[in-house]
Each structure stands twice: as structure tokens, then as C-alpha cells.
Design a protein around this ligand. Structure first.
Ligand SMILES: [Zn+2]
Length: 257
């Protein structure tokens, strides 16, 4: 039984693997969020899960089931939480979910954990969940529980950005439903992308503030913040490679002791 997925192991196999605290456990954190007319709502779950699975195979780590819901979509980076299909958690709920999972892993003996974020809006709620878990574990006398928090797109190298976008990189904030995610999905889950339904429009522009309740007209009608017209499976393959390489190296370094 050699699956990297905890959910596919029996408890004795899992127990033997984690009880000495050495094995890294990765938790993908996603969202159920609209990704335009051309791509499925579970994009932010599938991408960090696929990356975590490949990293786990390379560095002999495990992958916990992903968190399939995330913090509320924000208009300037995810189109906004008013969009149909987008189904979000309150920040407190996400924070407590992460805290609870980390504490359960600690109870099993796990001491090295990684949150692999696939949805920008989750970022600080993940950090808060980690902080609460580590604080409570310290109260219980556990001082060696370590966590890496990362977002996979931060491992895309300048060389890959140049190769894919040339001089037209719009910035990660407006990549929602754009070339990065669509290319990765075309490579990993082509059945969940309909490239003919991509709406080609310039990257969204926003004023330097947020407004609540949101003004729906700020979000492009497609729901995407930039066009995925230049997406391709080949770009997706390159993006996957640099993310898996970068994250594998980073985790090896972070947990070396
Ligand atoms: Zn996304």
C-alpha cells in the first residue's frame, strides 16, 4: 500500500508512517469558487492537491484530504463572493477547521505539516489556524510541531513567467481564471476545461480600495480577472514542474535537522 493519500491507507499503515514524527503531512486548502465560463468550480482544490500529490511522491510525504471550501472570494483577486456557485466559509470556520486538523495530526504523532494553499483569500486564516494549533499544543507540552504555509504560485520562477507570458504577465492578483490556473487544469484535468468558452478581455483594473457591498460591475462579466486565451497544456506542464520542483526543494530544506 503505497498511496501518498492518507485517506487511502489503513490505520496501521498510517500509524507506522507518522508516529515517529518524521513524515511530512501536506494539507491542500482550496475553495469552491467560480472560475469563469470555461472551468470548473473546484479548480482551487484540484491544483494544490495535484501538486501536493507529486511532491509527496518525491519526498516520501503524505497528503491529507483537501479542504474543499475556502474563505470568501474577494472581488479584486477572485471576482467576488456575490458570484453564483462560489460557496465560502466564514474566516473563523476555516481557521478552526485548520486548527482542528493540525491538532488531530499532532495527536497521531505528526510533527511536520504543510498547508498547500490554492486560493489566495485563505492565506491569513490558514496562518491563524496554525497559530492557534501551535499555541494550544504548547499548552499541552508539545513544542516541536512545525508547519510550512505556502501558496503554490509563489514557486513559479521568473524564467517560467517569461516563457509563458513574455511581457504580458498581469500579476498574480488578476490571474483568477487566467493563464496559470487554466494551463494547469488543461494539463491535469482537461475534461474540466472548455477552452472554447474562454472570454477574451483585458486584465481587470480596480481602484486602490475595496467597496462593500461589492459593486458587481467592477468584476468582468466572465467572472475571470484576466483572459485565459493564451493557456495551454504545455504551459501547464511547465508550471506543474517548477512548482513541484520548488516546493520539494523548499520542504526538504525547511525540515532538515
Ligand atoms: Zn482559482
Amino acid at each position: 500500500m503505497s498511496s501518498p493519500h492518507i485517506s487511502e491507507l489503513t490505520w496501521p499503515v498510517y500509524d507506522a508512517k507518522v508516529k515517529d514524527g518524521k513524515t511530512i503531512v501536506m494539507i491542500p486548502v482550496g475553495a469552491l469558487e467560480q472560475h469563469g465560463h470555461h472551468m470548473s468550480l473546484n479548480t482551487d482544490v484540484l491544483l494544490p492537491t495535484a501538486i501536493a500529490e507529486r511532491v509527496a511522491k518525491r519526498i516520501d510525504a503524505l497528503v491529507a484530504p483537501p479542504i474543499a471550501y475556502g474563505y470568501k472570494s474577494q472581488q479584486k483577486c477572485g471576482g467576488g463572493n456575490h458570484m453564483p456557485g462560489t460557496t465560502s466559509l466564514d474566516g473563523h470556520t476555516l481557521t478552526c477547521t485548520i486548527r482542528d486538523i493540525l491538532k488531530e495530526l499532532a495527536r497521531h504523532g505528526v510533527r511536520r505539516t504543510v498547508l498547500v494553499n490554492g486560493h489566495y483569500e485563505n492565506s491569513m486564516f490558514i496562518v491563524e489556524g496554525v497559530d492557534l494549533a501551535q499555541r494550544e499544543l504548547r499548552w499541552e507540552g508539545i513544542h516541536d510541531f512545525a508547519t510550512v504555509v505556502l501558496s503554490y504560485w509563489d514557486f513559479v520562477t521568473p524564467e517560467a513567467i517569461e516563457a509563458i507570458y513574455q511581457d504580458e504577465f498581469p500579476g498574480w492578483a488578476v490571474e483568477h481564471g487566467g493563464v496559470l490556473e487554466t494551463s494547469l487544469m488543461l494539463h491535469l484535468h482537461p475534461n474540466l476545461v472548455d477552452i472554447d468558452k474562454v472570454v477574451d478581455h483585458p486584465p481587470a483594473t480596480f481602484p486602490p480600495y475595496d467597496f462593500f457591498p461589492v459593486k458587481p460591475e467592477w468584476t468582468p462579466a466572465s467572472g475571470c480577472l484576466s483572459s485565459a486565451k493564451k493557456a495551454s497544456a504545455a504551459h501547464g506542464e511547465l508550471l506543474l514542474k517548477v512548482c513541484v520542483d520548488g516546493i520539494s526543494d523548499a520542504l526538504t530544506k525547511a525540515f532538515e535537522s
